[in-house]
Design a protein around this ligand. Sequence first.
Ligand SMILES: Cc1cc2nc3c(=O)[nH]c(=O)nc-3n(C[C@H](O)[C@H](O)[C@H](O)COP(=O)(O)OP(=O)(O)OC[C@H]3O[C@@H](n4cnc5c(N)ncnc54)[C@H](O)[C@@H]3O)c2cc1C
Ligand code: FES
Ligand code: FES
Length: 491
Amino acid sequence: MSQRPIHFYFRGAVRQLEGAAPSRTVLQYLREDAHATGTKEGCAEGDCGACTVVLGEKVDGQLQLRAVNACIQFVPTLDGKALFTVEDLAAIGQPAGTGLLHPVQQGLVDRHASQCGFCTPGFAMSLFALYENNPHCPSRSAVCDALSGNLCRCTGYRPILDAVPAAYAQERVSLERPAVLAALDEMAALPALDYSAAGQRFIAPRSLTELAAARLAAPHARLLAGSTDVGLWVTKQLRELGDLIYVGAVPELKTIRVDEKGLCIGAGASLTDAFEALIAFAPAWAELARRFASAPVRNAGTLGGNVANGSPIGDSMPGLIALGAQIVLQQGDQTRRMPLEDFYLAYQKTALAPGEFVQAVLIPPPPAGQLFRTWKVAKREDQDISAVCGAFALTLTDGIVSRARIAFGGVAATPLRARATESFLLDKPWCAATVEAAMDVLENEYTPLSDMRASAAYRSQVTASLLRRFWLENGGAAGAPVRLADVETLA
Ligand SMILES: Cc1cc2nc3c(=O)[nH]c(=O)nc-3n(C[C@H](O)[C@H](O)[C@H](O)COP(=O)(O)OP(=O)(O)OC[C@H]3O[C@@H](n4cnc5c(N)ncnc54)[C@H](O)[C@@H]3O)c2cc1C
Ligand code: FES
Ligand code: FES
């Protein structure tokens, strides 16, 4: 790989950038270097959405546009992509000099959806991505989901939600896609990025082979994927990251495949794409997916980053462990697999060897008759960290529990299976009495800690309550629906 500047499409042309430290954020670049101050800084940790920008990439020959948080993305990750900010919107589809706003901006104005205005550019950018990706006005719940990463402290959300139908009621405008795609093609022809500045190196291999070689050559370097964990180490902990190996330019790592061996999700697949595949595989993922962070964090963050980070409160792991997932690790040209639960050795300590990286997560086909649920319990509906996250996968044969896998996060130093409860359930009839008795076992299975999110007693109690919920949601004794959503549907 040879050294070259960062290239990205911005304001109608391919720009080149040198000299910026590899861990300089896109937000710092925009506000301090490009003086594009429409993009705001609120929290600098991906939580408020004031810094929302839209990135364009070529996927399957089409332009894919997704909102992300500029405050936790590093500038070299822009390489080969298109960057759109709030200043770009008014020019889209409008003759120069008309002064007309983009429909999403006009919708916000018409519905009085802005007061102090600090959050408004972020809302406009999330809505711009939604608008470009949906030719027809999406449902209110789809709009709420698209805005799950945007906070407003003054206006209240109803006028903001009302801005969407107002935007769609106007004459439709659209981004000039061929010009953007041509720029993306031009950048794709460049060699893989190898970039150094301020004593820090950033390399972005373009294939699995290149990544494996780079990782072996520099086992000390930090792997970087969606930067939704690592970004905060810089903006909040002011850590020096050293050299970085970016996995986001390796197409093989973004592959998602379903075949007779099950569902295989490449470690570099975004959480948005990974959850879409997981929901198709087991629909019970839908609620957890919607409550995992926010749309922009899921657009940037990867499944590989979530499992590799090894946080005891990572939300994907309990469900994956319950479904019997294996983690695929690669070092050089060698790969090895292990059950995901065995990957976690101690608090934030994993089985990853020097020079190794996570290549994929493999979920086997479900046994016939498997019941599955996974839930997070947190104080807020959106954008919150779990107090407890749990998952249950039970197989029934003639009303008897023939297979049980239960896993929890937030109750120990690592995500952990509830092996005592699993053994207790095995070969028992699946009935209210078994569930009540198993709840006692589960309540005493873990010794969680008390912290600001929940007390130890609450955590123990909630693990048991989730088992009852699992029983009830799967029909309970009466077979009646117990979820509010189901009751509403019946009414
Ligand atoms: C606002 C906000 C909300 C969040 N909400 C949630 C939530 O609800 N639930 C939740 O679980 N998490 C949440 N997170 C955490 C984060 O989004 C996830 O952990 C995400 O999956 C991390 O993926 P990433 O690609 O961004 O990883 P990165 O930040 O790029 O990397 C994370 C770690 O994984 C390592 N790594 C990355 N890829 C690989 C690989 N292929 N092989 C080996 N190591 C690798 C990196 O070196 C680093 O140690 C949130 C984060 C933010 C900022
Ligand atoms: S500044 Fe709050 S999400 Fe980026
Ligand atoms: S208008 Fe003030 S924060 Fe939203």
